[in-house]
Design a protein around this ligand. Structure first.
Ligand code: UD1
Ligand code: CA
Length: 459
């Protein structure tokens, strides 16, 4: 049986009070709608249609590299109407369509799979994912008949006193038989308290047509919808806990999981220790045995084994094994730091390659440079990569010693095995084996202080 999915993502998110489309708000660093897309893709559902309306262009842009199709819902007339807008997507399809909402990012792969299996095995025409909750406020209620079969879903605002007491709620996630769904969508009406076409009404219509309707329930934490900033923070907390626990089960020490922020797509090796206050974002890989001391931000980077990082920012870069970074270093995108290297305090590396065993320990800026292995940089070196118009390249060979407070005016080359005297401003190539001195000679004016009467010694 074929399977495809539809994600409803056209709503405005009034209760969020936001200019950004609701589904683009981030949970653990990733847009909610992208959490849903990624989860479905991991379940081998590749044919996904996203229904967009509010902020359609923005939603398209934020999801563009995920290979999904789009249907437009011009006016948001309800979840049933949203599905009507994807008729072209469903046309000529058979089998199961899974329907999810873009504002419920906590759903897990296992549950999606379970829902689809249950739907198929039971030969249902519709299967609803439900949850039993203490407080059902705001959710649609699952109404069952005497035989305990699902009869219909009633929205909170349309519930009778009796129905309000029901604690089984609709998650807004379903499987449908495509043919039956298409046949019955047109029968929806908007005669309800909100004047909307409710997708939930399809259930009662199917039931009345003698179609088999099923339901399975999951923990409410998986189906929480985000309608406000408070619920956004709650979703963040649940996902954060889930992610951190997965890493701890895999052998990572997280000293304070409540204060450690790791993206869903990060991988971390065994025996790595993560201190509090770290933000690890995007697709980051941290290998085994690393120590990440407090308060770093690491984004879309690869950190090899046994690296130590303290209080630093590392973006889209690669750090070789056994290297130490920080405290207070800034490694900017497209940098490649070798192994056994040292990037020390107040060092900024921009789009540069740094070889193995090279030490750049303090107060240094390296931009658009290729630095060999075994070099040592004194304190306060500056690669002068920008001439006001262009960014130029600096090349430094292996085993060179760059003295303190040196300027390397790019483009310039320093060959292997050279020394540059402290305070030099280098504008010309330094040949291999040379010492370069490029600073004014020192002049001592004997007795000058005394002659000027500036001597503090009164005697
Ligand atoms: C919906 C369900 C409710 C369920 C709850 C679970 C209906 C009528 N109600 O209510 O039974 O308990 O989800 O969270 O389906 N959307 C569109 N176009 C529209 C309206 C909504 O694309 O015209 C999208 C929204 O962007 C959102 C999703 O559908 O992603 C759900 O809409 P929302 O208004 O949040 O529905 P709920 O009131 O939460
Ligand atoms: Ca909702």
């Amino acid at each position: 049986m074929d399977k495809c999915a539809i994600i409803l993502a056209a709503g405005k998110g009034k209760r969020m009070k936001t200019n950004l489309p609701k589904v683009l708000h981030k949970v653990c660093g990733k847009e909610m709608v992208n959490h849903v897309i990624d989860t479905l893709k991991r379940c081998d559902i590749d044919d996904i249609d996203v229904i967009i309306g509010n902020g359609a262009e923005e939603v398209k842009k934020s999801t563009q590299n995920r290979n999904v199709s789009y249907s437009i819902q011009k006016e948001q007339l309800g979840t049933g109407h949203a599905l009507m807008c994807s008729k072209d997507f469903l046309k000529n399809k058979e089998g199961v369509v899974a329907v999810f909402t873009g504002d419920a990012p906590l759903i897990r792969e296992e549950t999606v799979q379970k829902l689809i299996e249950f739907h198929k095995n039971g030969d249902y025409k519709a299967t609803i994912l439900t949850a039993i909750v203490e407080d059902a406020t705001g959710y649609g209620r699952i109404i069952r008949n005497k035989e305990n079969e699902v009869e219909k879903i009633v929205e909170h605002k349309d519930c009778t006193e009796e129905e309000l007491k029901v604690r089984e709620i609709n998650s807004g996630m379903y499987c449908f038989d495509i043919k039956e769904l298409i046949k019955n969508l047109d029968k929806l009406s908007n005669s309800n308290s909100q004047g909307e076409y409710y997708l939930t009404d399809v259930i009662e219509i199917l039931k009345n047509n003698n179609c088999k309707v099923g339901a399975i329930d999951v923990n409410v934490d998986e189906i929480r919808g985000v309608n406000s900033r408070i619920q956004l923070a709650e979703a963040e907390e649940i996902l954060r806990k889930r992610i951190n626990e997965k890493h701890m089960e895999n052998g990572v020490t997280i000293i304070d999981p409540k204060n450690t922020y790791i993206s869903k797509d990060t991988e971390i090796g065994e025996d790595t220790i993560i201190y509090p206050g770290n933000m690890i974002e995007g697709k980051t890989i941290i290998k085994e045995g690393c120590i990440i001391y407090p308060n770093s931000r690491i984004q879309d980077s690869i950190i090899e084994e046994k690296v130590t990082i303290q209080n630093s920012v590392i973006l889209e870069s690669h750090i070789g094994e056994n290297t130490t970074v920080g405290p207070f270093a800034y490694v900017r995108p497209q940098s490649e730091i070798g192994s056994n290297a040292r990037i020390g305090d107040f060092v900024e590396i921009k789009k540069s390659k740094i070889g193995n065993n090279t030490k750049i320990s303090h107060l240094t800026y390296i931009g658009d440079a290729e630095v060999g292995s075994g070099c040592n940089f004194g304190c306060g070196t500056v690669v002068v990569n920008y001439d006001g118009k262009n960014k130029n390249k600096t090349i430094i060979g292996d085993d060179s010693f760059i003295g303190c407070n040196v300027n390397l005016v790019s483009p310039v080359e320093v060959e292997d095995n050279t020394y540059i005297a402290a305070g030099s401003t280098i504008t010309k190539k330094v040949p291999s084996g040379a010492l370069a001195v490029a600073r004014a000679k020192q002049v001592n004016k004997e007795g000058w202080v005394q002659r000027k009467g500036l001597n503090k010694d009164k005697k």
